[in-house]
Design a protein around this ligand. Structure first.
Ligand SMILES: *Cc1c(COP(=O)(O)O)cnc(C)c1O
Length: 958
């Protein structure tokens, strides 16, 4: 008897090509089995022989049942802890149609803007929300979280500030995790920080040391709302750059940081409809004075025009090509938090300024009534002016109060033995307040709410209040009904090309299946609604899942210990390099600061090395794409005493398994250096080879590449750092959750103890669904598919690099330079022309300019792979026609790509090719056509005329 359908191996759903297709592909590549192929592709010296020690595969139904059981072990209490994480109602229309909608969550970073107009519009809305509320004109499109945004503000202040040297002063009322993240980041680059009580200004003994920057928290962690204008003025008098960490919801009521004189505002947008999720993912934000736009970390979306002069969005300025700036980049951020930024922006679009203000007022009045009830009951409240957070003094009784609140189902913050913090949010109820009063032994009740509210009077007044307008743009006024909102979301999603339309063969990005079963659990309340600083016993399900995932990733990579805290690959890199640095220091090797990086490396590597206080020394690459061992040996010799680490990507960014990797690692170790293996390409190795076994001391992985977390249009991600045991004492830890890392750790690399915990169920499910054998097969098919494409395209485009057996790893680079040069066609033309054929372009010009890097992954079936190959072959034919002079260089289907419906319908057709050739090339079925909403976008025009928030109202007239 066959098993019921839902119990069939998930592997058959995850892996695109079935047995027949695999056989055909193997025949094309010239091997008789997957094992034979991968034995030839993966060097024998590094191949793992034993099977993975992982539990066997489970069916989708079984995995969902296991997740239910884990969820059942999390306890969801009323979240009144505060500290930057708050309860929020995610409007269901946004929950289902953004967070649970593959059109949004499977999209890629908008580097190809013509097929990304929907998410770019959502991000420009986000930038408008942030810049309006903070009162600073230029906002980026999301940072990783509030803590790292604060650390980026320190770096920005250092870049742009007038005071060279001096200290960075942090408000003692800043969030404790923010202070800790800043310290982790400042230590390696020698930036000195001072935490000081700034309520009476910057103390004289601090000012004397020279101050290049200041961070103020607004409202403070204690809840206090202060008029920041005087201290900002004082700081400016010292020549310092001033950053304000501000709560966006509070800013609907209180004066904006910009109006108070701040230069930078940072924070989180979590409480704009994004669940707490035990710490993340959420979108951090940063906005700045206009003159700092070029120094902004992360991505900035701007307005430009397309070939017809119509308005179009694209990434602006340096943020378009951040990855090639390497050590000159403004930060190491690559993957950010796009999906969560989209959610937060939509929350603002849906509620509008009036709705947001109402939510803020309600939140505030609950806090006011709460404080009034406590005061009437004889409890001392520490601050007169507050927004949502009340600090109560209960000498010697704080622990007892927090415990009894917990029994009433409410989590409070124990500040110290005498002090309790209580934060209200839009979900706070009268019953919650009653629970808090009871815990304090106060005799107020839910029914007293109205009376207490009136008795509380004005808590915020005068110069503390905001007087200017915000969110006046029509987009924040036109989508108030659910029908309207639903259609707006649909309209934007329809403009974009995501994995729900077709293949996204981006090399180095591993755009594979993000299975629905894997996504299911992340929005369950037992995972979504846990506060990151809730007591650990309330998160037992989460912690089991986290530890199991850590252990399984350790098994898969051959390392001893894994930390899931870094919330992107770039952050994993920094964490790994900080571990290396700490290890050398612990051995007395304080002079080891040289980081060797092959010239082909991903740009984040160099940027992270600089942040870790290292000196980047570039190692040459040979014409065949391998690391130049002679140059490497020379550089090792030259820097022998100062060598800290070699950072090498494996398989290389050229998509090749280098034969001599084990020797390279040994040479570095001989010189006393450590080996960092960038694990972003792990999809070529899972089950076949383990970096921790062939010479790596440390790696980061990208769970949003290899382990199925969707790209979300440019984030979220998780970048676990995996280390051998000698580096384990130096993994990240966290000041508020001691079990999140070793006591001897380097400090937190993210604001939350387990980073973006809420999306870990995705990777956990993937590993559980596939089992060891399934994971290995996925790798083998990924390698097969890449080689199949390389073989099919080789007659038309030279494949730039291959290993000794003429094989590539999980991706291949095709060289367009000779062809393009001869015909006068650019790699850009080919990428845009692929849109007409219904594809997202492969990775363009990385790691080699003028090339395309293609990574199909194991999830694309043979039909889609063939469709892609045929499109590429047809495009070769088009290039030849241009080359032969059949079509002029300036007017051909490549130069004019992509073609829109408007182009097709416009009056006379005056091109030397037909309308059919333009929009239905290669026999494309008109009924299945993806129509790009705009023509080719002029990036430079937008940089000359920088507009980074919603375009002005006049643009909407007519
Ligand atoms: C994607 C990638 C990174 C950076 O990862 P993010 O999560 O985007 O920060 C680093 N190295 C390589 C080789 C990559 O492909």
């Amino acid at each position: 008897m066959t098993s019921p359908f839902h119990e069939r191996p998930f592997e058959q759903r995850h892996i695109g090509p079935d047995a027949d297709a695999q056989a055909k592909m193997l025949a094309q590549v010239g091997y008789s089995s997957l094992d034979e192929l991968t034995s030839a592709a993966v060097p024998a010296a590094i191949r793992s022989l034993e099977a993975l020690d992982l539990p066997g595969a489970r069916s989708e139904a079984e995995v969902l049942a296991e997740l239910r059981a884990l969820a059942g072990r999390n306890q969801v209490l009323r979240p009144m802890i505060g500290l930057g994480y708050h309860g929020t109602f995610t409007p269901p229309v946004i929950l289902r149609n953004v967070l649970e909608n593959p059109s949004w969550y499977t999209a890629y970073t908008p580097y190809q803007p013509e097929i990304s107009q929907g998410r770019l519009e959502a991000l420009i809305n986000f930038q408008t929300v942030v810049s309006d509320l903070t009162g600073l004109p230029t906002s980026g499109a999301s940072l990783l979280d509030e803590g790292t945004a604060a650390a980026e503000a320190v770096a920005l202040a250092r870049r742009v500030g007038k005071v060279k040297g001096g200290v960075f002063v942090i408000d003692a009322d800043a969030l404790p995790q923010t202070i800790a993240v800043i310290r982790t980041r400042c230590e390696p680059t020698g930036v000195e920080t001072v935490v000081a009580d700034l309520s009476e200004g910057i103390p004289a003994e601090v000012a004397e040391r020279g101050v290049f920057g200041v961070l103020l928290q607004y409202p403070g962690a204690s809840g206090a709302v202060r008029d920041l204008a005087p201290v900002i003025e004082q700081a400016h008098g010292l020549g310092a750059v001033v950053a304000v960490a501000a709560d966006l919801l509070a800013l609907t009521l209180i004066a904006s940081p910009g109006s108070l004189g701040a230069d930078i505002a940072i924070g989180t947008t979590q409480r704009f409809g994004v669940p707490m999720g035990f710490g993340g993912p959420h979108a951090g934000y940063m906005s700045v004075r206009a003159e700092y736009a070029r120094s902004l970390p992360g991505r900035l979306v701007g307005v430009s025009v397309d070939a017809d002069g119509n308005r179009a969005y694209r990434l602006a300025l340096q943020t378009r090509e951040q990855h090639i700036r390497r050590e000159k980049a403004t930060s190491n951020i690559c993957t950010a938090q796009v999906l969560l930024a989209v959610m937060a922006s939509m929350y603002a679009v849906y509620h509008g300024p009036d709705g947001l203000k109402e939510i803020a007022l309600r939140t505030h009045r609950y806090a006011a009534a709460l404080a009034q009830g406590l005061q009437q009951g004889g409890v001392e409240i520490l601050h007169d002016a507050f927004f949502d957070t009340v600090t109560a003094r209960v000498p010697g009784r704080a622990a007892e109060v927090v415990d009894s609140a917990r029994l009433a189902g409410v989590n409070l913050r124990q500040v110290d033995a005498d002090t309790v913090g209580i934060s209200c949010d839009e979900t706070t109820t009268a019953a919650d307040l009653a629970g808090v009063w009871t815990a304090f032994g106060v005799h107020a009740a839910a029914g007293d709410l109205e009376a207490l509210n009136s008795a509380a009077g004005e808590v915020l007044s005068g110069s503390l209040l905001r007087t200017d307008d915000y969110l006046t743009h029509p987009v924040f006024h036109g989508h108030r009904s659910e029908t309207g909102m639903l259609r707006y979301l649909r309209r934007l999603a329809d403009k974009d090309y995501a994995l729900d339309r077709g293949m996204i063969p981006l090399g180095s990005c591993t755009m594979k299946l993000n299975a629905t079963t894997e996504m299911e659990a992340i929005t369950w309340p037992e995972f979504a609604d846990v506060h990151p600083f809730a007591p650990e016993h309330q998160a037992a399900g989460y912690l089991t899942l986290i530890h199991e995932l850590e252990d399984r990733l350790a098994e898969l990579t051959g390392y001893d210990k894994v930390s899931l805290q870094p919330n992107a690959g770039s952050q994993g890199e920094l964490a790994g390099l900080l571990a290396v640095r700490a290890y050398h220091r612990a051995n007395g090797d304080t002079g080891r600061d040289v980081c060797l990086i092959p010239s082909s490396a991903h740009g984040t590597n160099a940027a992270s090395a600089v942040m870790a206080g290292m000196r980047v020394v570039v190692v040459k690459t040979l014409v065949d794409g391998d690391v130049d061992v002679e140059d490497l040996t020379a550089k090792i010799e030259q820097h022998r005493d100062r060598l800290a680490v070699l950072m090498v990507t494996y398989p290389s960014t050229h998509g090749v398994f280098e034969e001599n990797i084990a020797d390279i690692c040994a040479a570095v170790h001989d010189a006393g250096g450590q080996v960092y293996v960038d694990g972003a390409n792990l999809n070529a190795m899972v089950g076949l080879a383990k970096p921790g076994r062939f010479g790596g001391d440390v790696s980061h992985l990208n769970l949003h590449k290899t382990f199925c977390i969707p790209h979300g249009g440019g984030g979220p991600g998780v970048g676990p750092v995996a280390v051998r045991s000698h580096l384990a004492p130096y993994l990240p830890n966290h000041p508020l959750q001691p079990s999140a890392g070793p006591e001897t750790g380097v400090g937190p690399i993210s604001a939350a103890p387990w980073g973006s915990a809420a999306i870990l169920p995705i990777s956990w499910s993937y590993v559980r669904l596939m089992g060891g054998e399934g994971l290995k097969r996925a790798t083998q098919v990924a390698v097969l598919s890449a080689n199949y494409i390389a073989k099919r395209l080789a007659p038309y485009y030279p494949v730039l690099y291959t290993g000794p057996a003429g094989l590539v790893a999980h991706e291949c680079i095709i060289d367009l330079r000779p062809l393009a040069k001869a015909a006068g066609v650019s790699v850009d033309d080919v990428a845009k022309r692929l849109i007409d054929y219904g594809f997202h372009a492969p990775t363009m010009s990385f790691p080699v300019a003028g090339t395309l890097m293609i990574e199909p992954t194991e999830s694309e079936d043979l039909g889609e792979i063939d469709r892609f190959c045929e499109a590429m072959i047809a495009i070769r034919g088009e290039i030849d026609k241009v080359g032969a002079g059949d079509w002029p260089v300036g007017d051909n289907p490549l130069a004019n790509a992509p073609h829109t419906a408007a182009v097709l319908a416009a009056g006379e057709w005056e091109h030397p090719y037909t309308r059919q050739e333009a929009v239905f090339p290669g026999g494309l079925n008109p009924a299945e056509k993806y129509w790009p909403p705009v023509r080719r976008i002029d990036g430079a025009f937008g940089d000359r005329n920088l507009v980074c928030s919603c375009p002005p109202l006049e643009d909407y007239e007519g």
